[in-house]
Write a protein that binds this ligand. Structure first.
Ligand SMILES: *Cc1c(COP(=O)(O)O)cnc(C)c1O
Length: 381
């Protein structure tokens, strides 16, 4: 598979640069970088290593397995699992020294029981409070009880922090963020009045860290911005100093002339009104290039120019209209990234497809090899 011409290229220098910028922006809050979903498609271990080199305090993941992958790669930094996990994962979570998120008494007890079984003292727990996202988390009025429960299960457990997740931070003018912050602060007041030290406070995702200074408390949890992608295109200007880390590249595999009146690809949905050269590129929807990208104006870069994808994207290949320009088998194709003066971003695809850059990079499948540039001398062998 490593011989494949279609590949994801990740610039680790861009990751380091972005982490340093986010540390400056968020200071004095510490920066935890989010590497769930294989580092948003960039490769969790390599991104995590680069981010830690650049000064990130720790890592966040969605699943115990994601944390275990990082530990198996030798990473010893703090790793926070962002939600409660299935009961059969708790043993692994504790065994690998991952930081747990909890929002129910039952899960706190399961953690404490597991820690006791394994002679672990001080298993770190962060309480997650739902201040409006309505995904997971404790109701604000339940948090004092949960804090008390963690303390009651000392010394097996220790309360390391309390956090919440912002639902609308990428819509900078939305009043929801201030409302969530107010609810969070009320919960923290309640905890302190009850004599519970809440530990580290954190609310901000990338958009919160960049656009909402009052959401930066002791720590921020940045994902998308570390990859150099704005949380929303409306935040592009605020993210101008960040560098996209991911490129999606391939090479022309076949070229032919198609006559006026002929049609192309499944369903013959595109018909040529003039004779033109068409390049075939060996990448398709099984790699994460959406089938309907051509229907929404999707373009790739060949020879330093934007070229329209024509016909539906197939599972393994797509076709590009070269117009009057020539290209040859082996010519470089950039699907996401820069070529000459032109650039196509993950958010360009997202906007065209009615989604966000997050979904585009996360969908790049395991069939695509990941190549890394900007390696430190010690790991470039
Ligand atoms: C995914 C996630 C983040 C990171 O969000 P970005 O918008 O990518 O910065 C932060 N916190 C939680 C709880 C998450 O699930």
């Amino acid at each position: 598979m490593s011989g494949r011409v279609s590949r994801v290229v990740v610039d680790l220098d861009a990751i380091r640069h972005n982490v340093r910028r986010l540390i400056e922006t968020s200071s004095p809050a510490r920066v935890m970088v989010v590497v769930k979903a294989n580092g948003y498609g960039h490769g969790a271990v390599r991104v995590a290593e680069a981010a830690l080199e650049a000064g990130a305090h720790g890592l966040c993941v969605a699943l115990v397995q994601e944390g275990v992958e990082l530990r198996r790669a030798g990473i010893e930094a703090p790793i926070l699992v962002l939600s409660e996990q299935p009961r059969d994962q708790v043993g692994e979570l504790v065994a690998h020294g991952l930081i747990a998120t909890a929002y129910t008494v039952a899960f706190i007890d399961a953690l404490a029981d597991e820690a006791r079984r394994r002679d672990v003292v001080g298993q770190e727990v962060h309480l997650k409070v739902d201040t409006g996202m309505n995904r997971v988390g404790a109701r604000p009025d339940a948090v004092v009880e949960l804090g008390g429960r963690v303390l009651a299960r000392s010394p097996q457990l220790s309360l390391g922090g309390v956090f919440t997740h912002l639902a609308c931070a990428d819509d900078v003018a939305s009043p929801v963020t201030a409302d969530q912050i107010r609810r969070f602060d009320a919960v923290i007041d309640d905890l302190r009045h009850a004599g519970v030290d809440p530990g580290w406070l954190h609310l901000a995702n990338s958009a919160g860290a960049i656009a909402h200074s009052d959401a930066r408390r002791d720590m921020v949890r940045v994902g998308i911005a570390m990859y150099g992608i704005a949380p929303d295109p409306s935040m592009d200007a605020m993210c101008a100093t960040l560098r996209p880390a991911l490129g999606l590249v391939s090479r022309v595999s076949f070229v032919k002339t198609v006559n006026a009146g002929e049609s192309i690809s499944y369903g013959h949905r595109h018909r040529f009104d003039r004779t033109t050269d068409v390049a075939t590129v060996p990448i398709g929807y099984a790699d994460g290039v959406p089938r309907r990208l051509s229907a929404v104006g999707g373009e790739v870069l060949i020879g330093g120019r934007r070229r329209p994808i024509v016909g539906v994207v197939t599972m393994d290949q797509l076709m590009v209209d070269m117009g009057d320009d020539r290209c040859a088998i082996g010519d470089e194709v950039v699907l996401i990234g820069r070529q000459g003066d032109e650039v196509v971003t993950a958010n360009d695809w997202g906007t065209a497809l009615g989604t966000i850059g997050y979904e585009i990079v996360c969908a790049l499948s395991a069939r695509l090899p990941r190549d890394y540039s900007g390696e430190t001398p010690s790991d470039s062998q």
